[in-house]
Design a protein around this ligand. Structure first.
Ligand SMILES: [Ca+2]
Ligand SMILES: [Ca+2]
Length: 255
């Protein structure tokens, strides 16, 4: 049993040989774009905490503002145009402090069916639907809760879509979606990217406040983990310091 686990771990290490962690901080967006609905008083910001995040000391805070029917989001365009069938892993961690009783930060992936770049469909992953209360097609990832870091395996989870799969009891797997749409690609027509994390899109009276961290995306054997941080990592400060020293030197030499 134990040696089998070691074997599986080695296999996992081999499969994700190209693994990198990118720190997303106020100086390094690493491909992420933040936004919200035009009339929203919500906000997106890199913060310290809450509690002990899964990576580093910070996370990305998404707040819906006072109208929970509007959207506040963070998207990445680094994977636009890739084949959905080349996706090999996708996961993220959440921490919510205010919600409508069920909905944590959800993930949306815009899909292009015919290869022209424009989106024809979308996949939605919601933490609330990832347990047998809804569907037996997917692993039990437990119920979402407030005030606690939880990690969600999107890749193994259940999705609803604009056309094929409904929400709740009708969520279905990525492999079943790919059986219907084997040539599906990530769309390229969203300026914030085809992969987007969102709070809101519920009722106007709802207020959502949540955090994400530890976003891992794997395509074709290349795995990238995004570590959201509220303050620049020490390396960035050192680089900024070095840059400042160089600047001072140049100013001095010009005198
Ligand atoms: Ca972090
Ligand atoms: Ca299209």
């Amino acid at each position: 049993m134990f040696s089998r686990q070691i074997g599986l771990s080695l296999l996992a290490l081999t499969l994700t040989a190209n693994a990198a962690t990118l720190v997303v901080d106020p100086n390094n967006p690493q491909g992420w774009t933040y936004g919200k609905s035009l009339t929203s008083d919500g906000s997106v910001k890199l913060v310290v905490g809450p509690d002990i995040p899964p990576l580093g000391s910070g996370s990305l805070n998404l707040n819906s503002g006072t109208d929970g029917s509007l959207l506040t989001y963070a998207g990445i365009n680094s994977y636009d145009g890739l084949l959905l069938s080349d996706l090999q892993g996708l996961s993220y961690s959440t921490y919510g402090t205010s919600w409508n009783g069920a909905q944590l930060t959800y993930l949306k992936i815009w899909i292009d069916w015919n290869g022209d770049g424009t989106s024809d469909d979308a996949l939605y992953f919601e933490p609330e639907y990832q347990r047998p209360d809804y569907s037996n097609l997917i692993p039990n990832q437990g119920a979402p809760v407030l005030d606690q870091w939880q990690t969600w395996n999107v890749f193994a989870g259940g999705f609803w879509t604009d056309f094929d799969f409904g929400p709740g009891a009708n969520v279905n797997t990525l492999s079943n979606y790919l059986a219907l749409h084997p040539n599906a690609k990530l769309a390229t027509d969203k300026d914030y990217g085809a992969i987007r994390f969102t709070v809101g899109a519920a009722s106007p009276g709802d207020v959502f406040n949540a955090y994400i961290d530890n976003v891992t995306i794997t395509f074709s054997g290349n795995s990238t983990t995004f570590d959201f941080e509220g303050v620049p990592e020490p390396g960035s400060w050192a680089l900024m310091g070095a840059g400042l020293a160089l600047l001072m030197q140049r100013i001095r030499s010009q005198k």
